[in-house]
Design a protein around this ligand. Structure first.
Ligand SMILES: *Cc1c(COP(=O)(O)O)cnc(C)c1O
Length: 357
């Protein structure tokens, strides 16, 4: 088998990329249409309208579409909304929280870190000691450890402080309840290859009117929100977008709006719960007590190495799950429930795990 054949026969249960539905997949095989015209503008405007509806964004909100990985949207948000002289607080409970810290520091935004380990933040105690900040940055689902934060609690903090609530919702959007109005979110960062179950390449930032008012001149040519918002008003992007992924995004959003986002949450929840029941007799324990529907992080309860389990799932079953790095390398691995994963798919993973363990 060639390397390419090997790659395309993988069964992915990683937190990005995720399995795509067949009809969406087929849309990815058409010729790329021209995009500097009215027809494509209409498609982009409809995508913006549907995204804002699905996120229950407040009236007057807008979307910036970037052709980039999710991290670019994180960095662009910091560059366009935060400032060097004004401190921001960052919830740091894993790799993605740390990434927000690193991005802020690179751009010389003073950071107050809230270091937490699987604290849902619900009781507000972790935030009590924080001084005055201009923004609070939180990862809705800290994908590195499969842990969900209480966005209502972080929203309360932001309301009291009158600061921006910036949420990296990349691995929560679509599978887990995200509601910009009830969770008081000012900037919601999302990307194409997680819950939306599209190819990687599109990253989006949903901006509330309060966030829009804070957009300032950015030192980046490509990531300048002001120019994206200006062109976006007529359904265009300043530079060539990932046109093909936009076609798939449009169809995916159309379907979600038609059935309602609640159905997506329920579907992901039932798949996640089915998987968690299925592995309950195996020497594995959930790593967090506040797990998202998007994914399950599992800790080994026997002496086997998590990294060996990940390798054997791939070599014996072509099943791709996500290993952890650092201290958790031998203790934790992660199984995603995002995208077009069914109960049958979970049965395959459960059976493979039972055989290996
Ligand atoms: C996947 C992910 C990202 C972005 O990753 P990219 O590789 O840059 O697309 C950011 N935040 C979270 C929480 C994620 O799960």
């Amino acid at each position: 088998m060639t390397m390419l054949e090997n790659l395309i026969r993988q069964d992915v249960f990683t937190p990005g990329p995720v399995r795509m539905a067949d009809d969406i997949l087929r849309l990815g095989t058409v010729q790329t249409p021209y995009f500097r015209n009215e027809a494509f503008s209409q498609l982009v405007l409809e995508c913006e309208r549907w995204l804002l509806k699905i996120a229950n964004a407040p009236a007057g909100s807008r979307v910036v579409f970037l052709t980039a990985a999710g991290t670019a949207a994180m960095e662009a948000t910091v560059m366009n909304l935060l400032a060097q002289e004004r401190p921001a607080a960052v919830i740091n409970g894993g790799t993605f929280g740390q990434r927000l810290v690193d991005i802020c520091e690179l751009h010389r935004v003073p950071v107050l870190q809230v270091k937490v380990d699987r604290d849902p933040l619900s009781d507000g105690s972790a935030l009590k000691e924080l001084g005055k900040v201009d923004a609070l940055l939180v990862t809705a689902h800290e994908t590195s450890v499969g842990h969900l934060y209480d966005l209502h609690a972080t929203a309360r903090f932001c309301r009291d402080q009158n600061c921006l609530h910036v949420v990296d919702g990349i691995s929560a959007f679509i599978t887990d309840p995200i509601d910009m109005q009830s969770q008081g979110i000012d900037a919601l960062i999302i990307s194409s290859h997680k819950g939306l179950a599209l190819p990687p390449g599109l990253a989006m930032v949903l901006l509330s009117p309060a966030a829009l008012a804070r957009v300032h001149g950015s030192c980046s040519y490509y990531f300048d929100f002001a120019s994206h918002l200006r062109d976006g008003a007529r359904g265009q992007t300043p530079f060539t977008p990932a046109v093909s992924i936009f076609l798939q995004l449009h169809e995916r959003l159309r379907q979600i709006v038609e059935t309602g986002i609640e159905a997506e949450w329920a579907r992901a929840q039932s798949v996640a719960e089915y998987f968690r029941r299925g592995i309950s007799r195996l020497p594995l324990a959930p790593y967090s007590t506040h797990m998202p529907n998007a994914m399950t992080a599992l800790e080994m309860t026997n002496r086997a190495s998590a990294m060996d389990v990940v390798r054997e799932l791939e070599s014996r079953h072509r099943i791709m799950v996500a290993p952890n790095g650092g201290d958790l390398r031998d203790r934790v691995f992660r199984v995603s429930h995002m995208g077009a994963t069914s109960i049958n798919d979970m049965d395959r993973v459960i059976a493979a795990l039972a055989e290996i363990l």
